[in-house]
Write a protein that binds this ligand. Structure first.
Ligand code: UD1
Length: 415
């Protein structure tokens, strides 16, 4: 009780770091929960939204801010692209300045991108000076492991988890992995999945998207009703899958059979679009731009590349698909909660709950394994699945734990 009294009227300043597309939907529910907590708590939180600028294209960044009702970032670091070393170093250099001027009490990093590990490293080694103190460091989406260190994200996850003071886990495997790595259980909290908070919060609005009409995926009936045509969604952006021409071609060959039978819509990441041109793989695709896709009413079979979609349009496209083929981590989770069969074009996943309790199967990266997985999944129907604590309340749990920590212990790392 004494703490409550001591802290009454004080504000906890929390820097929340985002940088790349998959960060935005994980951060939005935390900001909303902070707003809620501020209405009810004696001790309030001042959020400071820091965008590193790792992703800067409108389609990968601004579109998500408006779809998710995120406020404009308080600080934009404008780092842009670069090699892993250059990008990570530049984020670190610029984020250190933020800690120096803003003095946050806590830093929250989400996910596993370069912005996550860069800001975690800076926070863990920072010192406010004479007091020899630093902000508390919390990792949202801790404990996931693919056990494949060739993935840059796996290195980012391991380093971030081992530096963090508080670790918020999305699925049971995360608890096991962190225990096996010797991370003390009193720092680890099974909070749930903020990415699923966003799906549940935005699903109704996503139904108003016109993306299916624009892509010719809605078949009108004479009586005024309409039906969604069967189609597949494809996303590919992992360097291991698209940077090497042979690997990319193998995947495209694996998709050949399904693409001959139905429309495969492929919102392509800028990296992937570049590789299609560099590898001269255009012959596999037809291309639709936002200028020529309006009013299309005849989507036929084939692989159709479109520009990256915003959050609400993608959610709508995914929800109504017969199947999604992807190498993304987050889409495996979204497909599980939407009940959409998913083939992951990888040999492993850091999200095993989507295999055991969800709609995901591993399709590998060889054409015959991908083809077999697609055949298997196209014949399956799934119910929507909500693994433990994928209930729309993860953001609220995280903020509650943060506040409890603040009230009970003050800021641990300041002592
Ligand atoms: C990053 C994350 C990956 C995540 C993905 C989601 C890392 C190591 N990788 O990969 O985990 O799944 O985001 O999209 O952090 N580019 C643009 N416009 C942009 C941003 C990037 O054209 O706004 C192009 C640039 O050519 C850049 C390339 O995409 O070099 C790669 O961008 P980068 O942020 O390095 O990695 P992603 O592949 O986007």
């Amino acid at each position: 009780m004494g703490y409550l009294y001591d802290l009454e009227g004080k504000k906890m300043k929390v820097a929340l770091v985002v940088g790349a597309r998959p960060n935005f939907m994980k951060a939005a529910p935390i900001l909303r929960a902070i707003d809620d907590a501020n209405q009810h708590e004696l001790c309030t939180i001042t959020p400071l939204l820091v965008h590193t600028g790792q992703h800067y294209d409108t389609a990968l960044s601004d579109a998500f801010f408006s779809d998710l009702n995120l406020p404009a970032p308080n600080i934009y670091l404008n780092v842009g692209s670069g090699s892993h070393a250059v990008q990570t170093a530049e984020i670190m250099r610029r984020f250190e300045g933020v800690l120096e001027t803003e003095h946050p009490d806590a830093v929250l990093v989400v996910g596993d991108v370069n912005s996550t590990v860069a800001c975690a490293l800076v926070t863990a080694k920072f010192s406010f000076g004479a007091a020899n103190s630093r902000p508390l460091l919390a990792h949202v989406e801790a404990g996931l492991r693919s056990f494949d260190r060739a993935m840059p994200e796996e290195c980012n996850r391991i380093v971030t988890d081992h530096l963090s003071d508080l670790l918020f886990v999305t699925e049971e495997s995360g608890l096991r992995n962190l225990k096996n790595e010797g991370i003390s259980a009193d720092r680890v909290f099974f909070a749930g999945n903020t990415m699923i908070d966003s799906v549940l919060a935005c699903e109704e609005r996503a139904e108003c998207s016109t993306v299916l009409d624009q892509l010719g995926l809605v078949m009108p009936h004479g009586n005024g009703s309409a039906e969604v045509r069967p189609y597949v969604v494809l996303t590919l952006h992992r360097p291991a899958n698209v940077d090497n021409r042979g690997a990319f071609t193998e995947i495209l060959e694996g998709l050949h059979e399904v693409a001959a039978a139905q429309t495969v819509v492929f919102p392509a990441h800028p990296r992937t679009q570049k590789r299609i041109n560099e590898h001269r793989l255009e012959r596999y695709f037809s291309f639709l731009t936002s200028n020529n896709r309006h009013g299309r009413d005849d989507a036929g079979p084939g692989l159709t590349v479109i520009e990256p979609l915003g959050y609400l349009d993608f959610l709508c496209l995914l929800k109504h698909a017969s199947l999604v083929v992807t190498d993304s981590g987050g889409i495996q989770e979204e497909a599980t909660c939407l009940g959409v069969p998913c083939v992951t074009v990888r040999d492993n996943t850091e999200r095993p709950i989507t295999l055991t309790n969800g709609t995901n199967v591993l399709g590998g990266t060889q054409q015959y394994t991908i083809r077999a997985a697609i055949r298997e999944q196209l014949h399956r129907t799934y119910l929507r699945s909500f693994p433990e604590k994928w209930d729309g309340k993860a953001g609220a749990r995280i903020v509650k734990i943060l506040l409890r920590f603040w009230k009970d212990a003050g800021i641990m790392a300041r002592s």
